[in-house]
Design a binder for this molecule. Structure first.
Ligand code: ADP
Ligand code: MG
Length: 465
């Protein structure tokens, strides 16, 4: 950052502290909120000053999103590939096994609807901020509404300053609702409901509620809510159509279901089978969820493997957005060194992260925790983990608001555009729509590697260019 920009940022940071109360009250007034553990309501951690973003990074992250949608759509249709890629992990992981067992013996051809989020970080090298993908989220991509509202918060706080013009617009809440409503119009009977599937005890409920309210009031779409257990117990298929609580269910929109603890009993798994076996469109389908595993991400990080699903030109662009991945016991070549991936990672703990191959947050091992975990993970168990190169970015100062308290910190950021995509039939080559629109930006205190928003170290942000 050049000196004058540096000085400008410094003075913006100082002013941001003074906006704490106004920002906190805006957050409560506009529903940027969560339940606390004792069932009170508190504002979500938000940034008090938009992230100073690189223009190319923002543009490229947005443009990559529909390409990743297409890629993952094609991967999800290739069940033979999924069996081949996930076979070894399936043997040691009951969750994966249950997912595979939820697939119907005779696959049904259905429309494919995606509400994805393509999470990228700005990798700084040779003067360029290249987006590098942390992961694609194909299930329960949350915080769209909360991000769009945080964008409004920033536009409100800075409304009388030149900074307001520089904020990258974000209408993620409206965009996600539009995608669900548009799909409903095109592929569902008017009386077919959209069913929100929500884990019991979820604290991040308000972000979903906002979508549900928009669907009902702005689009007149019938909406229902349930847990997997309730659906498994009470759901019935009549003439191919799923019914629950006296209603036809046309779309099952998952806001949970990605982690084993979301499945409390056999009814929860029965719910997955009911959805797959009926004509209900699952967002995401079981094969899409299988495509969302870290093993598949690892496979797709090889350019030749990408070319199995997309054109060489697209493969090149997607590949530029990926870092290195490795199985623990694989021989790799890394920065001029040759050796077992686990040994290379253990001797460079800041350059690698160890991940189990599933979704959900809080599962990764960084730094010395990674080293310790690698030492304990051998044989069969090693197949359930992957190593990923760390994405490096320069730290920047930011201010977050947690419980009305401004906290200044060194931060890094992660930006994910929502990827909205619909194919009328799984085998269609052209989608009805495929867009990268609206974003979640999470900035986090560098002292915390993982950065879950609900943990308070990571906070919802906007970009300004
Ligand atoms: P989850 O499936 O739990 O969401 P992620 O792969 O998104 O797991 O990792 C969680 C968080 O850890 C990310 O949001 C990011 O902050 C951090 N992280 C993960 N992988 C990397 C990486 N390769 N480089 C830098 N940070 C990472
Ligand atoms: Mg993630």
């Amino acid at each position: 950052m050049i000196a004058s920009q540096d000085q400008e940022r410094r003075s913006q940071l100082e002013q941001a502290h003074a906006l704490a109360r106004e920002a906190g009250e805006f957050a409560l007034a506009s529903g940027i909120v969560r339940y606390t553990e004792d069932r009170q309501v508190a504002h979500l951690p938000v940034s008090l000053l938009p992230w100073l973003a690189d223009r190319f990074f923002v543009k490229e992250t947005r443009e990559l999103t529909p390409l990743f949608n297409t890629l993952y759509h094609r991967v999800a249709q290739d069940q033979d590939f999924l069996e081949e890629c996930l076979g070894p992990a399936r043997e040691v992981d009951p969750f994966l096994r249950n997912l595979f067992d939820s697939l119907p013996a005779q696959p049904r051809s259905k429309p494919c609807l995606y509400l994805n989020r393509n999470d990228c970080m700005p990798h700084f090298r040779d003067g360029t901020y290249q987006p590098k993908q942390v992961e694609m989220n194909l299930i329960a991509s949350a915080l769209g509404e909360a991000s769009a509202r945080t964008n409004r918060l920033h536009r409100f706080l800075y409304r009388d300053t030149p900074l307001a013009e520089r904020i990258v617009e974000n209408s993620a809440g409206e965009d996600l609702t539009w995608a669900l409503a548009e799909a409903h119009k095109l592929i569902c009977p008017p009386d077919g409901a959209i069913l929100f599937i929500v884990p019991t005890g979820e604290v991040n409920i308000f972000d979903q509620r906002a979508l549900e309210i928009r669907l009902a009031l702005e689009y007149g779409v019938p909406v229902e809510r349930t847990s997997l257990e309730e659906l498994g117990e009470q759901g019935r298929i009549k003439d191919g159509t799923l019914h629950l609580k006296g209603r036809k269910i046309s779309i099952a929109y998952f806001r949970g279901g990605y982690a084993p603890h979301h499945y409390h009993n056999v009814d929860a798994w029965k719910a997955r089978r009911l959805i797959e076996e009926s004509d209900c469109v699952s967002v995401p389908s079981v094969t899409t969820q299988l495509a969302n595993t870290k093993m598949v991400q690892l496979f797709l990080a090889q350019r030749a493997n990408l070319e199995r699903f997309v054109s060489p030109g697209e493969a090149e662009r997607l590949h530029r957005a990926m870092v290195g991945f490795a199985h623990l016991d694989e021989e790799i070549e890394w920065r001029g060194q040759r050796g077992k991936a686990r040994d290379i990672a253990a001797s460079h703990p800041d350059d690698w992260v160890l991940k189990p191959h599933r979704e959900g947050g809080g599962n990764n091992f960084f730094g010395q925790d990674m080293v310790a975990r690698l030492q304990q993970t051998h044989g069969e168990q090693a197949r359930a983990f992957i190593l990923m190169e760390m994405i490096e970015q320069p730290v920047a100062r930011g201010v977050r608001l947690v419980n009305f308290e401004p906290i200044e910190c060194d931060c890094v950021t992660e930006m994910g555009f929502f990827g909205l995509c619909l194919y009328k039939q799984a085998e269609d080559t052209e989608p009805v729509f495929n867009r990268g629109t609206g974003y979640l930006q999470r900035t986090k205190d560098v002292r915390n590697k993982e950065g879950l928003v609900l943990g308070g170290f990571s906070f919802i942000d906007s970009s300004m260019v």
